[in-house]
Write a protein that binds this ligand. Sequence first.
Ligand SMILES: [Zn+2]
Length: 242
Amino acid sequence: MSNIELLKELQETERNIQKIKQLYTDLQSSKELADKKDGLNRSKVFIEKKEEEIVTEKKKLRRMELKNETIDEELNEINSSLYGGEVSNTKELLQMEKKIKVLSGEKESLEELILSQMEKIEEHEKELEKEKLKEKEQKADLEKLVARIREESKKLKSDYDNLKEEAEKLKSQIPLEQLERYKRLKKSLGFNVVADVNNGICLGCQVSLSSSLVGRLYTPDIELNCENCGRILLLSKTGKKV
Ligand SMILES: [Zn+2]
């Protein structure tokens, strides 16, 4: 392999290293991962809120039940005085009957409220159960994705290491001065320093080269630059039919 060919090989290797770096970055900032994390967080917040709501609603229910018990006690008390024959005063009897009516009415509407409160809590609990199932699925999904990303990262890292090693090997075969020139050109041209020549055209800039330059390209291992773009020229294998 000529030095220019080695440079071209180095350029390809460095380009692949760059690609892998990009893939690695993309993988780490995966949108899919961010979305899944967001989804899971939303579920967690929902569950927390729902659990708080259930606690509050149960407290309300408890207060209603206590009130109901108080009414029951009051009713029992009135009833036992009423039927125990302790009261003989007609006015007092009438007042007691009136009180029973009022309390019974209160009890009736309170029991309705208790019933609908229980239904409300049941509804909340159903929603909570559903969200917990969803959270579980999301967690499993996220874990799978994280494992996949970890696996892919590992593979990229190993590819990266191999390419780095290959690049170092190539560099060691290229004369230092030539390597320095390549590095300088890379600053402005990126990973497109060595350009193939095909049919007398520099494939780096698509401009026709002078015939004298093309002629000199046949001298083995001579470094020539495109008169237009300055790229290092490599007579490609197919380009030999200039
Ligand atoms: Zn050119």
